[in-house]
Design a protein around this ligand. Sequence first.
Ligand SMILES: Cc1cc2nc3c(=O)[nH]c(=O)nc-3n(C[C@H](O)[C@H](O)[C@H](O)COP(=O)(O)OP(=O)(O)OC[C@H]3O[C@@H](n4cnc5c(N)ncnc54)[C@H](O)[C@@H]3O)c2cc1C
Length: 417
Amino acid sequence: MSEGRNADVIVAGAGMAGATLALSLKQAGLDPVLIDPVAFDDQLAPAFDGRASAIAYAAYRQWRALGLGDALDPHAQRIEQILVTDSTTPGAAAGAAPPFFLRFDSGEIADRSDGEPLGYLLENRHTRAALAGAVKAAGIEVLAPARVAQAAFGPRAAEVTLADGRVLSAPLAVGAEGRGSVIRAEAGIGAIGWDYRQTGVVATVRLERPHEGVAYEYFLPGGPFAILPLTDDRASLVWTESTARGAALKAARPEMFQAHLERRFGDFLGAIAVEGPVFTYPLSLQLAERMVAPRVALLGDAAHGVHPIAGQGLNLGLKGAAALAEVLVDAARAGEDIGSEAVLERYAAWRRFDTVMLSAGMDAFVRLFSNDNPLLRMARGAGMAVVNRIGPARRFFMQEAGGAVGDLPRLLRGETL
Ligand SMILES: Cc1cc2nc3c(=O)[nH]c(=O)nc-3n(C[C@H](O)[C@H](O)[C@H](O)COP(=O)(O)OP(=O)(O)OC[C@H]3O[C@@H](n4cnc5c(N)ncnc54)[C@H](O)[C@@H]3O)c2cc1C
């Protein structure tokens, strides 16, 4: 590739946040280039990403507005209810009537959500396939496999050097390469955070009985255990354990894993059969000190990596993609320089409060719920019971989780740019 201006926006990282941003920009008339060390087709392999993501209904509207509805709808499981309980003993999921402390029901916010559910559960592999198809169909230039190795930020352009020596230039570079963002480091933006010394063990199971769109979150002493409903009466399990126990579970023989699982899960949904491999993900918190610098914007986990306790990480990235796309497209239409500090600060100001509040909230939540101290158990039980009894508080949490609170970017309202 020749030197000079190669695109309007260089998007480093073609994960779900980076690909969503590139698609939004292209559809609104800007020219992005996407870079990723992993070839798009390799991201679609069943062994690449075994997770499913709970997607807030506002974030799902954005994908529909970008034309992904036909590809995603057959794989999207509506979440109609979320039941949260605090348990001390393994096997607490069993039994006819577990003591749920919090119960969220989509019917309660139907007047404000147009009958949308609390959210959708989507396997990441289907989302990646839909995004890859749309990116190709839109004619977005994708450099993959290719790795961003260095970046320099001048008065008029960002210059990005790939590991193979190619140099790209554009008015703006977006770092969407996840927690190890090279763009963030090259821009001199620090990050704060810590390791939770926990692992997310992820597996997909087939259920004997229908789940009826109910998501369950159990706060066991080792950390949360979530049963997330998938299409076709399957469920995605996110099982938080200490790092050592997580490694042991990943290495366990299938019959051992099944035995451990049944002790946690119980039999309230009938027999359960594990489908496909068991995946493990280390859990940490990482927040960039700033979201923007001249000619640089950070997006998704590159800006804020949170604990998956409430399924908000990707949702934050998708909200960020909607806000950044809107700011850039409006600025380009007004003839402004899209990489200037004045323009980028609008994106940072729009996202800062939500990002910091949510990251801090998730962190406090993780500490509170990964703890077996009896006083803390009592306090959190009382807290949940209070929220459960107050209708407006419950509805606020549901709207917040649905991503429909605050000043929403047009894409999150389901409109095009
Ligand atoms: C167990 C678990 C469960 C989760 N569940 C949920 C959930 O239910 N709901 C939810 O909202 N979130 C959830 N999350 C969080 C969510 O998965 C992440 O927030 C999301 O994947 C981040 O997307 P991203 O595009 O920002 O980054 P990533 O997915 O990390 O993508 C970064 C991309 O950048 C590429 N890259 C890396 N280095 C370079 C480089 N040098 N140059 C160019 N490209 C590079 C990578 O190859 C990758 O494709 C969960 C996380 C975990 C661990």
